[in-house]
Write a protein that binds this ligand. Structure first.
Ligand code: PLP
Length: 397
C-alpha cells in the first residue's frame, strides 16, 4: 500500500514528547529484560485509592451513574468541592464559581485556553511542570520564564516577578508545593508577590494547588488568595483528587474562581470532553466528603521518605539538594556529576547513563526547564529508595 504523508497543524508539530514518558518506557523495557532498575521517576502516588472511595464508585454504577452529567459537574460533587474549599482553605465560592474538570490538567488547559490568545504573555516560574508551556504553546501565547534559584529556596522573588510582568501579561502560574522542586511558598513569600500583583490588574493568577495536602510540616496550607484576599476576583484555584487521594486514573480535578472565567472555561469544556465520567465524579465526591485520615497516612509516609532521601543525598559530595517540603519530588543538582563524567554532556545524557550504568530511573531536569538537575521521585517504596541512594553514593561520594 502507498504510504501517505500527513500534514499536521503547527500546534501538534511543536509539542515535544514527554521526557518523563521516554525514561519511563526505557526503564520498563530494561526491567522486562531482567535488569534490576530502581524506579525513582514516578509522577503518581504508589498507593491504591482508599477502599471507601472504590466502594462508593461500585455503588454509583449500580445506582445508574452511567449517563451524561452537567458540564460543571454533578451537584453533589460541586457541594463537596464547595465544602472542601470552605473548611480546608477558608475560601467561599458559589456553585457558579466552581467547576469540575478532567484532572487538574484540564482545569489548567481550560483556564489558559480561555484567557490566552496569540501574543498574550504567560509568566511561568522555572523549574516548572512540563505541561504548563505545552498548554501555553497550544494557546499560541508568549511564554515568559522566570528562573527561581536554589539560593532563594526555588521560590519566586518579588523582584524577579516584577521584572517579568508587562502590560501584555495575562496569566501567572503559581505552584506550591512544587513539581519538581518539592518546595513550598510561605505566607511571607506569597504576601510579597501579592503586593507586586496588585499593581498589575490585568493579570489572572492560576494557583495550582494539586499537591496541597502533601506537605511535611504543621504550617497550614496557604495560597495567594488566603494571603491577599483582594486577588480573589482574579485568581483561579486549580486542584483535584489525583495526588492527595491516590486517584490519578480517575481523572477528577476542579477549578474555583471568578464566575465569568469559570463560565468561559465551562463553555470550552462543553465543546471538548464535556465532563469526566459520572462514576469518577461520584468517587471524587466520596473522597472529598470522606475526611483526611487516609490522606494524612499517605502524607506521613511521603514525609518519612523525604527525610530518608535528604539524609542520603547529604552524604554524597557531588550532589546538592534542597530537602523536599512537600509533593513527592526533590530536584538534586547533578552539575558536578555531569562535569566529572567524560561521556556525559548534560542531564538528558545523564538520565540514560544512570539507567544504563547504575540502574536508576530519574527524570532529567531539562524536562522541567532545570538543566543540570534530575528530578528524584520518592513515590517508591523504602527498599527502592535505599537501593537508589546506595548506588548513587557508591558512584559519586
Ligand atoms: N499540576 C502539577 C504541578 C502536576 O504535577 C500535575 C500532575 O503531575 C498536575 C497538575 C495534573 O494533575 P491531574 O492528574 O489531576 O491532571
Amino acid at each position: 500500500m502507498q504510504k501517505t504523508t500527513h500534514h499536521f497543524a503547527r500546534r501538534v508539530n511543536d509539542l515535544s514528547e514527554s521526557a518523563i514518558f521516554r525514561i519511563g518506557a526505557r526503564a520498563k523495557a530494561l526491567t522486562h529484560d531482567g535488569h534490576d532498575i530502581v524506579r525513582l521517576d514516578a509522577g503518581e502516588p504508589d498507593f491504591n485509592t482508599p477502599q471507601g472511595i472504590i466502594d462508593a464508585a461500585k455503588q454509583a454504577l449500580d445506582d445508574g451513574f452511567t449517563r451524561y452529567t452537567e458540564i460543571g459537574g454533578l451537584p453533589q460533587l460541586k457541594d463537596a468541592i464547595q465544602r472542601k474549599l470552605e473548611i480546608e482553605n477558608h475560601l467561599h465560592y458559589s456553585h457558579e464559581q466552581i467547576m469540575h474538570t478532567c484532572g487538574a490538567k484540564q482545569g489548567l488547559f481550560n483556564a489558559c485556553l480561555s484567557l490566552l490568545g496569540p501574543g498574550d504573555e504567560i509568566v511561568i516560574p522555572t523549574p516548572h511542570w512540563g505541561t504548563y508551556p505545552a498548554i501555553a504553546d497550544i494557546a499560541a501565547a508568549k511564554i515568559v520564564n522566570v528562573t527561581t534559584r536554589y539560593e532563594d529556596g526555588f521560590v519566586l522573588t518579588p523582584e524577579s516577578l516584577e521584572s517579568a510582568l508587562t502590560d501584555r501579561t495575562r496569566v501567572l502560574i503559581l505552584n506550591s508545593p512544587n513539581n519538581p522542586t518539592g518546595q513550598v511558598y510561605s505566607r511571607e513569600d506569597l504576601a510579597a508577590l501579592g503586593n507586586v500583583l496588585l499593581k498589575y490588574p490585568n493579570v489572572v493568577i492560576l494557583s495550582d494547588d494539586i499537591y496541597e495536602h502533601l506537605r511535611f510540616s504543621d504550617v497550614p496550607y496557604t495560597n495567594i488568595v488566603n494571603v491577599c484576599p483582594s486577588l480573589k476576583n482574579r485568581t483561579v484555584v486549580i486542584n483535584g483528587v489525583s495526588k492527595a487521594y491516590a486517584m490519578t486514573g480517575w481523572r477528577v480535578g476542579f477549578a474555583a474562581g471568578p464566575e465569568d472565567i469559570i463560565k468561559e472555561m465551562q463553555k470550552l469544556q462543553g465543546q471538548t470532553n464535556s465532563h469526566t465520567a459520572a462514576v469518577s465524579q461520584v468517587a471524587a465526591t466520596a473522597a472529598l466528603n470522606g475526611g483526611l485520615d487516609e490522606v494524612k497516612k499517605m502524607t506521613q509516609v511521603f514525609s518519612d521518605r523525604a527525610h530518608q532521601v535528604a539524609d542520603g543525598l547529604k552524604k554524597i559530595e557531588r550532589i546538592k539538594c534542597l530537602p523536599a517540603q512537600g509533593s513527592f519530588y526533590c530536584l538534586p543538582d547533578f552539575s558536578p556529576v555531569i562535569e566529572s563524567l567524560s561521556d556525559v554532556n548534560d542531564d538528558r545524557e545523564l538520565a540514560d547513563w544512570l539507567l544504563d550504568e547504575l540502574g536508576i530511573a530519574m527524570i532529567p531536569g531539562s524536562a522541567f526547564n532545570a538543566p543540570g538537575h534530575m528530578r528524584l521521585s520518592f513515590a517508591a517504596n523504602d527498599q527502592s529508595i535505599q537501593k537508589g541512594l546506595v548506588r548513587l553514593k557508591q558512584a559519586f561520594a
